[in-house]
Design a protein around this ligand. Structure first.
Ligand code: SF4
Length: 324
């Protein structure tokens, strides 16, 4: 499908019937319908995340960090589209950090950004050489590389007068990060949709926080973004991150909706039913003498009698009091 083709054009039966054979027309209609649905979903989810976390305010200048991967292209694409219809005026500037990885096609992003008509800035910094000289051969370079990149992007945001820094992490990144922190860091900590940066000078936002990675893959294919491969540096992705990503995708395949539920759970926490004594004053609780909305009902409803393995589904037992 052409980048310029509008779904509604392809949905026009008269146009489709005369332009292409019947089966092709049907395929085109179906593809257009799916693209239209996907577009609406992406716009709705990004818009909702922006509203829920008050990510963008009137007068903001948003620095959209663009790596050349599918996620950041999609983020820029949807933000540009939302900007046109937003009642709240804000600016966008796309920023790419050219880290001087061997073979990085430096012309691709400037050409694309010029074509789509968004202001942009390319920051040239040879972090690749720095990382190479500090990390022994065969070890993953991502930790140092991303720390350097973050510092540079924060500096550039200040120089460009940006008030927000938008990163392209999506729903699946957030869930994987939470599980990584649980499994390897023994803490419940995800990846925030909005935060103040380490240096206290920047507000970082993640407008794709509600967006599923497969949707971004489909959108990138539909929009034919000129993707730059992320393997130029020769570094391996964190192996555990790959394993956990595979795990949640298998869960999702077997139990559709599970990733979404995990993300929703991150915004739906009952501190009294966790174990963090800093979040809830366990030491000082006393009977209040009145029903508590967060009392043990929240726990009992899904509690089994301990016969683990009896069922793969949680037992839901609702107790009706006598006379109730
Ligand atoms: S994959 Fe390469 S460019 Fe990306 S963070 Fe790791 S070292 Fe840096």
């Amino acid at each position: 499908m052409s980048l310029d083709a509008r779904p509604e054009d392809l949905l026009d039966p008269a146009t489709a019937a005369t332009a292409v054979p019947m089966t092709d027309a049907a395929t085109a209609r179906r593809a257009a319908h799916e693209a239209n649905k996907l577009s609406k979903r992406l716009h709705r989810q990004v818009g909702q995340a922006i509203i829920d976390f008050n990510m963008i305010e009137a007068g903001d200048k948003v620095m959209v960090c663009l790596s050349g991967g599918k996620d950041s292209y999609a983020m820029l694409d949807v933000l540009m589209s939302l900007q046109k219809r937003s009642p709240v005026p804000f600016e966008l500037i796309a920023v790419n950090l050219d880290q001087k990885q061997p073979g990085f096609p430096a012309d691709v992003l400037p050409r694309y950004l010029t074509e789509v008509g968004v202001p942009f800035h390319i920051e040239n910094q040879d972090t690749y050489s720095i990382v190479k000289s500090h990390i022994p051969e065969g070890r993953t370079m991502c930790s140092l590389c991303s720390r350097l990149r973050r510092g540079i992007l924060y500096r550039v945001a200040g120089e460009l007068g940006c008030t927000k820094i938008a990163l392209g992490h999506h729903r699946d990144d957030i869930v994987v990060t939470m599980l990584m922190n649980m499994f390897f860091g023994s803490r419940l900590k995800g990846m925030p949709a909005k935060l103040v940066s380490d240096d206290g000078k920047n507000v970082v936002i993640r407008p794709l926080a509600y967006v599923a990675e497969p949707d971004l893959e489909r959108w990138a294919a539909h929009r034919r973004f000129p993707i730059i491969p992320c393997t130029l540096c020769g570094s391996q992705q964190n192996l555990q991150r790959v394993v956990i990503k595979k795990m949640i995708n298998e869960w999702e395949r077997d139990y559709p909706g599970r990733i979404e539920n995990m993300l929703t759970a991150m915004g739906n926490i009952t501190p009294s039913h966790m174990m963090d004594r800093n979040l809830f004053p366990f030491a000082t609780i006393r009977p209040s003498g009145r029903p508590e909305a967060d009392g043990d009902i929240a726990f009992d409803e899904d509690d089994s009698c301990g016969s683990a393995g009896a069922s793969s589904q949680p037992a839901v037992v609702r107790f009706t009091p006598p006379g109730g």
